[in-house]
Design a protein around this ligand. Structure first.
Ligand code: HEM
Length: 218
C-alpha cells in the first residue's frame, strides 16, 4: 500500500483516471489538510480506518444478527410478527425512521451489535499532558487507559446470560442490577469525543436491511 500511495502522490499512478469514482487517497490529497498531514503513513492509516470502520464492522454485525435470527426460530417469529403487523402492505417501502421506532426490530439490532464487537482489542486513551484522577487513583500524563468492549458486554452482572442472543433485555427502559440504565453499559461504539462517527447511519440502515431480508427474503 505504501508503494501505491507514493505512486499516487508522485503522479506515476494514474489509475484513478480510468474509474468513475474518486478514491480515498485522491480526496485526502486534494483536501485542505496541511502538507505534513498528507504523509504516506497518514494516508495509509486513514484508508485502513475507513475500510475497517465502515465496511468490516457493518458486514460482521449483519452476519451476527442473521446468525442469531436463523438459530432462534421463536425470536425470528416474533420479529416477523412485528414487521407484518407494522407493514401489512408488502409493496410498501417503509422509511428507516419508521422502522427505527419498531421496538422488537430495534431490540434485535441492539442485541446483535452488542454481540459483534466492532473493536475487540483494547481501545486506549492517553491524556498527553494532564494527570487524570479517578476515585483514589492518580493516573500520570502519558499513561494509556483502556477497556475492551468484549469485557463490558460479557459482564454477567450487567448482561446476565451474556453469550445468549436475548433482544428482550433491551425492551422498556432496562436497568442493570445497580439501577443504572443498561444503555450506559452499551459500549459497542465506544464513548466520548472519539466514539464511532457512523452510529446514526448504522441504526437507520440496519433497520432497513433487516426488514428487507426478514420480511421480503431478498
Ligand atoms: C455496527 C457497526 C459499527 C461498529 C460496531 C463500530 C464501532 C466503532 C468503534 C468501537 C470505534 C472506536 C471508538 C472509540 O475509539 O471510542 C469506531 C470508530 C469509528 N467508526 Fe465505527 N462502527 C461501526 C460502523 C461504522 C460505520 C458504518 C462508519 C462509517 C460510515 C464508521 C465510522 C467510524 C469512524 C470514522 C471512527 C473513528 C472515529 C474517531 O476516531 O474519531 N463506523 N467505530
Amino acid at each position: 500500500m505504501r508503494i501505491k500511495i507514493a505512486n499516487i502522490i508522485s503522479g506515476k499512478d494514474q489509475s484513478h483516471t480510468e474509474t468513475q469514482h474518486p478514491t480515498i487517497f485522491h480526496e485526502l490529497l486534494e483536501s485542505n489538510l496541511p502538507p505534513h498531514e498528507k504523509s504516506i503513513d497518514r494516508l495509509g492509516d486513514e484508508a485502513q480506518l475507513m475500510i475497517g470502520a465502515g465496511l468490516e464492522t457493518t458486514a460482521w454485525t449483519l452476519t451476527t444478527i442473521s446468525f442469531h435470527l436463523i438459530n432462534n426460530p421463536s425470536i425470528l417469529h416474533k420479529l416477523r410478527s412485528e414487521l407484518e403487523a407494522a407493514i401489512p402492505d408488502l409493496t410498501a417501502r417503509p422509511d428507516s425512521r419508521f422502522l427505527e421506532k419498531l421496538p422488537y426490530l430495534s431490540a434485535c439490532i441492539q442485541e446483535g451489535i452488542r454481540l459483534s464487537y466492532g473493536v475487540s482489542s483494547r481501545n486506549p486513551r492517553i491524556s498527553p499532558d494532564k494527570t487524570t484522577r479517578y476515585k483514589d487513583f492518580e493516573i500520570p500524563a502519558g499513561t494509556p487507559v483502556s477497556m475492551t468492549i468484549v469485557d463490558v458486554h460479557h459482564d454477567e452482572n450487567i448482561y446476565p446470560n451474556s453469550r445468549a442472543f436475548i433482544p428482550e433485555r433491551w425492551l422498556g427502559n432496562p436497568e442493570t442490577g445497580n439501577g443504572a440504565s443498561l444503555n450506559r453499559y452499551f459500549v459497542a461504539f465506544g464513548k466520548g469525543a472519539r466514539s464511532c462517527l457512523g452510529v446514526k447511519y448504522v441504526y437507520l440502515h440496519y433497520c432497513a436491511m433487516t426488514e428487507t431480508v426478514w420480511m421480503r427474503g431478498t
